[in-house]
Design a protein around this ligand. Structure first.
Ligand SMILES: Cc1cc2nc3c(=O)[nH]c(=O)nc-3n(C[C@H](O)[C@H](O)[C@H](O)COP(=O)(O)OP(=O)(O)OC[C@H]3O[C@@H](n4cnc5c(N)ncnc54)[C@H](O)[C@@H]3O)c2cc1C
Length: 535
């Protein structure tokens, strides 16, 4: 049995703090929520590293928004639905594309700057978009947005930001989320943070794969803690791989944005042939799942683990001016973008599934909201359209605020302070090599639950996760230990869902069920602790 909490505790013996709103995570989703709460709620934002350290910071390509002269929310809607391969929630997508432009305007008012051509926004194109729609700040859009949000958040008087605080578990009492247990590694201390409402904005879980673009913070903590608290998870089998990570042995892998293909770069196989034009009318700008799958075939035929990105026909000045970060990073690795073919391979990039929410970010656990990559609200279906995720964080974090007041008034601070909770579980002392186990999870997930899966590979992966399950009963007071426990749980959720979905759809490709099966599987997979069903 999985213990409900990762640590034993008695709330009367732990230091307590209290706020109206607890936000967990300081990427685009968490900071947007905290800023929306500014002046309305006493808000505490906790983040496990430095405030800027987030996946958001590393986003390169940009934000998809229908602001171009020939564009419209309807066209953005159609592209998103098409990419989602039958599983998008049309209502959630409609909200994303119609409210998106307004949220971008908000961001610009806060001081975020996007590239312009004169007065007009300079737009680029990425895979699956029918026309140029991506706003960008060079090739470092994420850091431009994140630094704006951080700067403004620090000016908000009702908002306290605490860095290097690891949220271990969500507290639930009487069917309601009432806060979290936190661990401060610098003090070696656990404490409790009580709140009238909690927003989970902990991002994704790319680190459970050995080849990923995600930074070290992306260990799936939010999914694991919400799962332990009894919230519903949706579509965990859908993990998006990005086609073009620089093929170097390091974790995380450096991403080479799709915008480079948007500006004309080609993909070539080991013999120098372009291979996407025969496969899809949009060639290199086909949806990511199509490109990745073809790359896997080509790499197999060539008996290599890489293909090549060719930007040599793009004018040198344009490459340097439009992609300065990529230019510099390639040079550091010995490649000249204007003359060399750049070796690339697919890397785990985005968690499409996550904590199930409605269109206001409400999870199935009262008082708990989720936004950003940790949430599954139906906008991405079975395959996220490129550059829709930053937009998702902006749009849905704002929507949580639209309905929060009622919930926050349901419970008083006195009620919260009066709650006593204890949890005792027979724990084993920690007796494990964390790094080795982490490597084992990453390697197993990459080989057996990556771009292609089958009943055999998924059962093998589940066996490995089962062999690690004892670790969930161990007693840690160490961030890396909690992360390992969370990674085991998230990896298992992905494998269980992937095994259940006996078809291929979107980013989920089953070698043993290579066709899409609308009659049997045009539905979501919902997992709840001790409970699993398609819906
Ligand atoms: C290299 C790269 C490039 C990308 N490019 C684009 C792009 O161009 N356009 C686009 O739309 N998307 C892009 N994406 C995806 C996009 O960046 C993410 O989906 C998005 O930024 C997620 O935002 P978030 O706020 O949900 O999570 P994050 O930005 O990842 O923030 C999560 C936060 O939660 C904190 N946290 C996690 N666990 C805990 C815990 N236990 N306790 C306390 N704090 C915790 C983290 O420290 C972090 O602050 C890219 C992703 C990568 C990796």
């Amino acid at each position: 049995m999985t213990p409900r909490y990762l640590v034993n505790f008695d709330s009367d013996k732990l230091e307590k703090s209290i706020c109206d709103l607890l936000v967990i995570g300081s990427g685009i989703a968490g900071l947007t929520a905290a800023l929306q709460a500014c002046g309305k709620y006493r808000t505490l934002l906790l983040t496990k590293s430095e405030v800027k350290e987030s996946t958001t910071w590393y986003a390169q390509g940009g934000v998809a928004t229908a602001v171009g002269e020939h564009d419209s929310p309807q066209l953005h809607f159609e592209d998103t639905i098409l990419a989602g391969d039958g599983l998008c929630d049309p209502q959630a997508v409609k909200i994303l594309v119609t409210e998106g432009p307004g949220r971008i305007t908000d961001l610009i008012h806060l001081g975020a700057e996007f590239d312009r051509l004169g007065e007009e926004m300079r737009l680029t194109r990425e895979g699956g978009h029918s026309l140029p729609r991506i706003l960008h700040a060079g090739d470092a859009t994420g850091s431009a947005i994140e630094s704006t949000l951080v700067r403004v958040a620090k000016l908000c008087s009702g908002l306290q930001i605490k860095e290097h605080v690891f949220v271990v578990d969500l507290l639930d009492f009487d069917g309601r989320c009432i806060g979290a247990i936190i661990f401060e590694p610098s003090l070696g201390r656990f404490s409790i943070c009580l709140a009238k409402a909690v927003i989970l904005a902990t991002g994704g879980a790319g680190q459970i794969y050995s080849v990923t673009t995600n930074p070290p913070i992306s260990t799936g903590d939010g999914v694991a803690m919400a799962y332990r608290a009894g919230a519903e998870m949706m579509d965990m089998e859908f993990v998006q791989f990005h086609p073009t990570a620089l093929d170097e042995a390091q974790n995380p892998r450096f991403l080479i944005t799709e915008a480079l293909r948007g500006e004309g770069a080609y993909l070539r196989d080991c013999k120098g042939n372009r291979f996407m034009a025969q496969v899809h009318p949009e060639a290199e700008l086909a949806p990511r799942n199509v490109v990745v799958r073809e790359m896997v075939k080509v790499m197999h035929d060539c008996k290599t683990d890489r293909v090549y990105l060719d930007a040599t026909h793009i004018p040198l000045l344009k490459l340097k001016e439009r992609f300065p970060t990529i230019w510099k990073r390639c040079q550091e690795s010995g490649y000249d973008l204007s003359t060399d073919l750049i070796p690339v391979s697919p890397a785990a990039h985005f968690m499409i599934g996550g904590v199930k929410t409605d269109i206001y970010g409400r999870t199935s656990l009262s008082g708990l909201y989720a936004s950003g990559e940790v949430a599954a609200n139906g906008v991405h279906g079975a395959n996220r359209l490129a550059s829709n995720s930053l937009l998702e964080g902006l749009v849905f974090s704002k929507r949580i605020m639209d309905i929060l007041e009622e919930k926050a008034n349901e419970i008083s601070q006195e009620d919260l302070l009066g709650i006593r909770m204890t949890y005792t579980y027979p724990r084993r002392p920690k007796d494990v090599k964390i790094e080795e186990c982490r490597n084992l999870i990453q390697k197993t997930m990459m080989e057996d639950a990556g771009v292609t899966r089958s009943v055999v590979s998924l059962k093998r992966a589940l066996k490995v996760m089962d062999s690690l399950k004892d670790i969930l009963n161990m007693e840690f007071s160490l961030v890396e230990g909690f992360e390992l426990q969370n990674m085991i749980m998230v990896a298992e959720l992905i494998c269980r869902s992937a095994l259940m979905r006996e078809e291929s759809r979107g980013v989920h490709f089953r070698e043993d069920f290579p066709q899409k099966d609308d009659a049997g599987w045009k539905k979501h997979i919902i997992l709840k602790i001790n409970h699993c069903h398609p819906r």
